[in-house]
Design a protein around this ligand. Structure first.
Ligand code: NAD
Ligand code: TYD
Length: 351
């Protein structure tokens, strides 16, 4: 039996990855380490929590004693590291938490892996899940490739860039068998509704204003979360040590296009008149330092490992709308309590 540590497995992408791994690899014990911050929710994994090859450990990746003890307890063959503070807006109001978790937490894991594996790297792998935001912001033309110069511009992306550099440094300095992927914006079920797509679906549902930053012309390259999970699996098993792979869906959309599309889809599903909810669109003060455009060139992953997204944007967004409309209880649970305080602080004087 192999043992793998997945960090941040109670979050959005992490929960999809844990579910996939537990179901696809019954001979691998999947250990999910998560601090259960506001973004982590064990309800995301209810369907697999009793599987014999799954175990949850609550804890903080910055806690070096705990991480060392987990390596001693489980003798991990591999780590897939997703735990992070992940929301740009929160990084603007509270950068320190991002430095702590995303940078110090990553180094804590690297140190523990290095000590436990102690130069015996046969069959071992440390996979760091990162973002395209490390490359900065594009103008109207061009794509991010694996050799694009790092140019992070928010505290979030700067903390992720820093962690990427440290992961590479541990490869070059200590020979740690690492692999990194930098992915574009994900969407799908179980995403915390502070991010654009679930926030807008939830607000349409409740006829609340739909906050669009600036003029809504910023572009993101959207990838269905299941396709990201497939890419992680492929890179974990077949990627080359020390390499970076960009993952993207070739689905560039302006924010306003996304918001209008969601209005149409949700209105149709709820039996409202077509596009009725567009009247809820409210342009609000722009995000500070708002990156204009992200777009990924995932040519390397396609040609070297044969990855392609399996879901079109139209299919993925329909699945996503259906998921949120049929999981109202999940939305209600995660939007009670602290979420209301966050929402008031983030949007109170903007809307
Ligand atoms: P998320 O915010 O939904 O989940 C993060 C998880 O990490 C939560 O379960 C949280 O409880 C846990 N966590 C936070 N701090 C922790 C700590 N100190 N110790 C242990 N656990 C902690 O994030 P997500 O959207 O699922 O993103 C997962 C990873 O993928 C992140 O590293 C992010 O940078 C990266 N990524 C995300 C996207 C995206 O569009 N969401 C795109 C590219 C890359
Ligand atoms: P988000 O989902 O926060 O992801 P990221 O900032 O990592 O790309 O935001 C996606 C885009 O949507 C981004 O350009 C900011 C914009 N946005 C809004 O216009 N309104 C909102 O309420 C939110 C949360 C985001």
């Amino acid at each position: 039996m192999k043992n793998i540590l997945i960090t941040g497995g109670a979050g959005f992408i992490g929960s999809h990855l844990v579910r996939h791994w537990v179901k696809t690899y019954p001979d691998t014990m999947v250990v999910n380490l998560d601090k259960l911050t506001y973004a982590g929710n064990l309800e995301n994994l209810k369907d697999i929590e009793k599987m014999p090859n799954y175990v949850f450990e609550k804890g903080d990746i910055v806690d070096s004693e705990l991480i060392t003890a987990l390596f001693e307890k489980y003798h991990f063959d591999g780590v897939i590291h997703l735990a992070a503070e992940s929301h740009v807006d929160r990084s603007i109001s509270n950068p320190m938490e991002f430095i702590r978790t995303n940078i110090v937490g990553t180094v804590t894991l690297l140190n523990a892996a290095r000590a436990a594996w102690n130069g015996n790297f046969e069959g071992k792998r440390f996979y760091h899940v990162s973002t395209d935001e490390v490359y900065g912001s594009l103008g109207d033309e061009g794509y991010f490739t694996e050799t694009t110069r790092y140019d992070p511009r928010s505290p979030y992306s700067a903390s992720k860039a820093s962690s990427d550099h440290l992961v590479r440094a541990y490869h070059h300095t200590y020979g740690l068998p690492v692999v990194i992927s930098n992915c574009s914006n994900n969407y799908g079920g179980f995403q915390f509704p502070e991010k654009l797509i679930p926030l807008v679906i939830n607000n349409i549902r409740h006829r609340k204003p739909l906050p669009v930053y600036g003029k809504g012309l910023n572009v993101r390259d959207w990838l269905y979360v299941g396709d990201h999970v497939q890419a992680i699996d492929l890179i974990y098993h077949q990627g080359q040590n020390g390499e970076t792979y960009n993952v993207g869906g070739h689905n560039e959309k302006q924010n306003i296009e996304i918001v209008k599309l969601l209005c149409r889809l949700v209105d149709r599903k709820l039996g409202r008149s077509e596009g009725e909810s567009e009247s809820l669109i409210t342009y609000v003060q722009d995000r500070a330092g708002h990156d204009l455009r992200y777009a990924i060139d995932s040519h390397k992953l396609a040609t070297t490992l044969g990855w392609q997204p399996s879901v079109t944007f139209e299919q993925g967004i329909t699945l996503t709308v259906d998921w949120y409309l049929s999981n109202e209880e999940w939305l209600r649970n995660v939007t009670s309590g602290d979420y209301l305080k966050y929402y008031e602080k983030q949007y109170g004087d903007r809307l």
